[in-house]
Design a protein around this ligand. Structure first.
Ligand SMILES: Cc1cc2nc3c(=O)[nH]c(=O)nc-3n(C[C@H](O)[C@H](O)[C@H](O)COP(=O)(O)O)c2cc1C
Length: 216
């Protein structure tokens, strides 16, 4: 459907692809997330692992941006970044974070809240060394989230580090991963007339999960 020229307020879509009930969601939100992620891959969702990450600093200022999910195990959701970036500074002050996936091809959203923890050095090294050579040089070259007066600074840095490291740049000490250990995971399936399905899993103190339905 084309929206060209439409008034913003008039842009709307009725969601009719699927429904979500308590039984289908099961009892294990990680297993269900894997199922939905696989569905999104099968549906050729663009940037299927892109997620919005929201952080809040010590002054209660929120900040959201997209990062890429790069790992998922039975503990949580892993992404990689520059630890000195704004998000890194926010997390150092307040490790409560939220992530959101939106798979528009399936009319699905997953909203997760949890605690961000740095992954092990070995885990950061392993992922960093799997990255293309250019991205590795890029990680050295960009003082992420700081003001730079011209792009030339980036290019100069890139050339300098490319010369220094060639194809074998090691992981910069300020670069690594965070694992978001979830305390709640909500699965949202768009339905017609804004009567969407929302199933929320909340983690109990003993690690088990309880499930409820939220009004859309
Ligand atoms: C599709 C997409 C994927 C991105 N993936 C990452 C990522 O995995 N890690 C990262 O640090 N930044 C990623 N970025 C850039 C961030 O959105 C952001 O600009 C950068 O991390 C600086 O954020 P901060 O200043 O809030 O810390 C991505 C941006 C987009 C649009």
């Amino acid at each position: 459907m084309s929206h060209s020229g439409k008034h913003i307020a008039a842009i709307r879509k009725d969601y009719q692809l699927a429904e979500l009930d308590e039984q289908v969601a099961g009892d294990d939100p990680f297993a269900f997330f894997h199922k939905w992620f696989a569905d999104a891959q099968k549906a050729d969702a663009e940037e299927v692992n892109a997620m919005t990450l929201a952080t809040v600093n010590a002054q209660n200022k929120p900040h959201a941006r997209i990062v890429l999910l790069k790992g998922l195990d039975d503990k949580g959701f892993v992404f990689f970044t520059n630890y000195n970036s704004e998000k890194g500074r926010d997390i150092a002050e307040n490790n409560n974070v939220s992530i959101v996936f939106f798979w528009k091809e399936l009319e699905r959203q997953v909203c997760i809240e949890g605690i961000a923890e740095k992954v092990s050095i070995a885990e950061s090294d392993e992922y960093f060394l799997s990255r293309p050579a250019g991205s590795r040089i890029g990680a050295w070259s960009s003082p992420q989230s700081t003001v730079i007066h011209t792009r030339d600074i980036l290019e100069e840095n890139y050339n300098k580090y490319a010369e220094q490291f060639g194809d074998n740049a090691p992981r910069p000490p300020h670069w690594g991963g965070y694992r978001i250990v979830p305390s709640q995971i909500e699965f949202w399936q768009g339905r017609s007339s804004r009567m969407h399905d929302r199933i929320l899993f909340t983690r109990n103190t003993d690690g088990s999960w309880q499930k409820c339905r939220l009004a859309p």
